[in-house]
Design a protein around this ligand. Structure first.
Ligand code: UT7
Length: 325
């Protein structure tokens, strides 16, 4: 009998410090950086973001989200045999945030590693965990997206610092006789490395290059709307489903205008799109599992719904996962 994987529990966590656009704008103004609630809402749809305290790392946010997902799934931490953490803001250069999370959870012994695909990270991690469960390499996986993007923001650059926030989301993915995950589609095009990057690295005890985020927003925007449509069409074709079969589109939460454009291309009304960008900002790899958990807990997403998860971001990377929840 064919093995599939199925999400059996979701969880998420946001650090308590929540800033409105007006509060952020007032803080930025103290450093001579001019922005406004009007600009941020009109261009992005963002109204709030959460920032972690300086001593809080991605693994701390991941721990809260993971515990919540385990509780929802009714799975004990020691039964997890695979942990994948999608993050671009790891606790350390090494070891992986997944290993640190594994120890904090008391889930020691299974495989644990990070996936670095920036804002596509959660979709990449979910597809990898699904493959490992299908082949029998794992039975019960914890797939997490966790970020402290506030650490890599240049608060003198108004074109990027108003966009991002911190947070974590997690799912428990278990082996199942019935799908579960129906299809996934992952891509990257490394020629676009420069349009969204943190171009620094550690060398000889110092950071060489610039350790803060750089983005050509318009170039990312244009690429994103194209690849989100093609990835969605690819997973629909692989699974023999139609656009009209989708109950919920859960895209990476970067900009409401990108989400509206994707929904239009897929002929989906916005009432079928899970939107949390207004509340969370762009939390990179955490945005999709945060949106999923929020929609599950609010009662929007129900068992049996067909979900289209889609990520896009630095690399350039993009991908989609279609699943029966
Ligand atoms: O997570 C990975 C994926 N990332 C994304 O998907 C991000 C994709 N890109 C975007 O979402 C949008 O391109 C942005 C939100 C980043 C920018 O929106 P835009 O509509 O492309 O604005 P723009 O870059 O064309 O800037 C328009 C104007 C400029 O002024 P001028 O040249 O027209 O006078 C900017 O200087 O807005 C100005 N501006 C701002 N004004 C107030 C840029 N940032 C700000 C700001 N506050 N924070």
């Amino acid at each position: 009998m064919r093995r599939y994987s199925r999400i059996t529990g979701t969880g998420s966590y946001l650090p308590p410090r929540r800033l409105s656009n007006a509060e952020l704008a007032a803080e930025l103004a103290e450093n001579g950086v001019e922005t406004s609630d009007e600009w941020i809402v009109e261009r992005t749809g963002i109204r709030f973001r959460h920032f972690a305290e300086p001593d809080v790392c991605s693994s701390d946010l991941a721990l809260h989200a993971a515990r919540s997902a385990l509780q929802a799934a009714g799975v004990a931490a020691h039964d997890i045999d695979l942990i994948i953490v999608a993050t671009s803001t790891p606790d350390m250069v090494f070891p992986s945030t997944a290993c640190i999370l594994q120890h904090k959870l008391g889930a020691n012994g299974g495989a644990a590693f990070d996936v670095q695909a920036v804002c596509s990270g959660f979709v990449y991690a979910l597809a990898v965990a699904d493959s490992m469960i299908q082949t029998g390499a794992a039975n019960k996986a914890l797939v997490v997206g966790a970020e402290v993007f506030s650490r890599i923001l240049d608060f003198k650059d108004r074109t990027t610092c108003v966009l991002f926030g911190d947070g974590a989301g997690a799912v428990v993915l278990e082996a199942s006789d019935t799908p579960g995950i129906l299809a996934s589609d992952l891509h990257a095009d490394g020629k676009h490395v420069g349009i969204l990057c943190v171009p620094g690295h550690v060398s000889g005890g110092a950071v060489l290059g610039d350790p803060l985020l750089k983005m050509d927003g318009q170039a990312v925007f244009k690429l994103a709307v194209g690849v989100l449509e093609s990835a969605a069409r690819a997973v629909l074709a692989k699974s023999g489903k139609r656009e009209s079969d989708i109950d919920w589109l859960i895209p990476h939460q970067a900009n409401i205008r990108i989400m509206q454009s994707t929904a239009k291309k897929l002929r989906l009304p916005m009432s079928k799109v899970v939107v949390t960008v207004d509340q969370h900002g762009n939390t990179s790899a955490a945005s999709i599992p945060l949106a999923l958990d929020s929609a599950v807990r609010s009662g929007q997403v129900k068992r049996g719904d067909l979900l289209m998860l889609e990520g896009v971001g630095g690399g350039f990377t993009w991908g989609a996962v279609l699943l029966n929840f």
